[in-house]
Design a protein around this ligand. Structure first.
Ligand SMILES: NC(=O)c1ccc[n+]([C@@H]2O[C@H](COP(=O)([O-])OP(=O)(O)OC[C@H]3O[C@@H](n4cnc5c(N)ncnc54)[C@H](OP(=O)(O)O)[C@@H]3O)[C@@H](O)[C@H]2O)c1
Length: 264
């Protein structure tokens, strides 16, 4: 039997995690409880045998692993209300942006194995990049949490002080990649493709490029060298993009996002 998991906050992310855990067979439906105040939107999980509830206390009490997926401003109230049930033999994993392990410790006022995980929206198709940090967690708990998110994409362990940077590169990064793909689609239409064909070509090409790096472990510039013929069209296009500030604008965008999140 796997551990019983309660997902507190069955919204976009909480529901996607539940779906992913079921599809990957990491959890049986009977091992999962998902809570939110309005449970009507959890019908499809309920139909799969997942317990849905508006009772956070009962869900925490019966579970060994608690995944907190509410909005940041809801954390204090939700954790305060369940802290009696959150005993030291349970694991608390927060996927909430901007709420630190220290913040949660202050609310709980006691030691519980605490994890923060920063996934991205590709968790819905089990292709997330999830950055994980923890405090007071035993090796067995760390292994378990890595396996859990490992079912939902790729994972990396980071220091908690890098969580904001992880939010930018992994979570905002999805939006940056989408904008890059959209610009390619617009260019593709201008050079002759209809929108659906341009969309397919642009998205699959980016997926293939990313897969080359992930599979071979090569550096992007090595892969670029393979497609840049001397005096060819690829290098002409790349250099024009760089003259227009392509890499520079991306780096500046990443840093602007970071300054915003680090300040707020
Ligand atoms: N979406 C992402 O890609 C992403 C990535 C990384 C991190 N995050 C973080 O994940 C968290 C959730 O994001 P989201 O996009 O999934 O937001 P969301 O769709 O708004 O989900 C939050 C859910 O919490 C429920 N909720 C509110 N109060 C509750 C309570 N007292 N008890 C139980 N459930 C309660 C809400 O449902 P009811 O109103 O019906 O209660 C809602 O469904 C946020 O903190 C966000 O920063 C999101």
């Amino acid at each position: 039997m796997g551990k019983k998991i309660a997902i507190i906050g069955g919204g976009n992310l909480g529901s996607a995690i539940a779906e992913g855990l079921l599809i990957s067979k990491f959890s049986k439906s009977s091992e999962l409880t998902v809570t939110k105040r309005n449970t009507a939107t959890l019908r499809s999980l309920q139909d799969k045998g997942v317990e849905v509830s508006d009772n956070n206390n009962a869900a925490v009490k019966k579970s060994e692993v608690i995944i907190l997926a509410v909005k940041p401003f809801q954390v204090a109230e939700v954790l305060s209300n369940v802290k009696k049930e959150l005993t030291a033999n349970k694991i608390l994993i927060s996927v909430v942006t901007g709420v630190t392990i220290g913040d949660m410790e202050t609310i709980l006022g006691k030691k519980v194995p605490l994890f923060r995980a920063m996934p991205n929206t590709a968790i819905a198709i089990r292709e997330s990049m999830t950055c994980i940090s923890s405090k007071d967690a035993e090796a067995g708990d760390v292994k378990y949490v890595n396996e859990l998110f490992g079912q939902l994409g790729k994972i990396v362990t980071i220091d908690e002080k890098l969580m904001e940077a992880a939010t930018v590169l992994a979570a905002c990064g999805t939006a940056y990649a989408m904008r890059y793909i959209r610009a390619n689609i617009q260019g593709g239409i201008e050079i002759g493709f209809d929108a659906p064909t341009a969309s397919l070509i642009a998205a699959q090409t980016v997926k293939g490029a990313a897969q080359l790096l992930l599979t071979k472990g090569s550096h992007p510039e090595q892969e670029i060298d393979k497609v840049t013929t001397p005096k060819g069209c690829t290098i002409a296009g790349l250099n024009e993009m760089e003259h227009r500030g392509f890499s520079s604008s991306l780096i500046r965008g990443v840093v602007a996002s970071y300054k915003k999140i680090a300040k707020d």
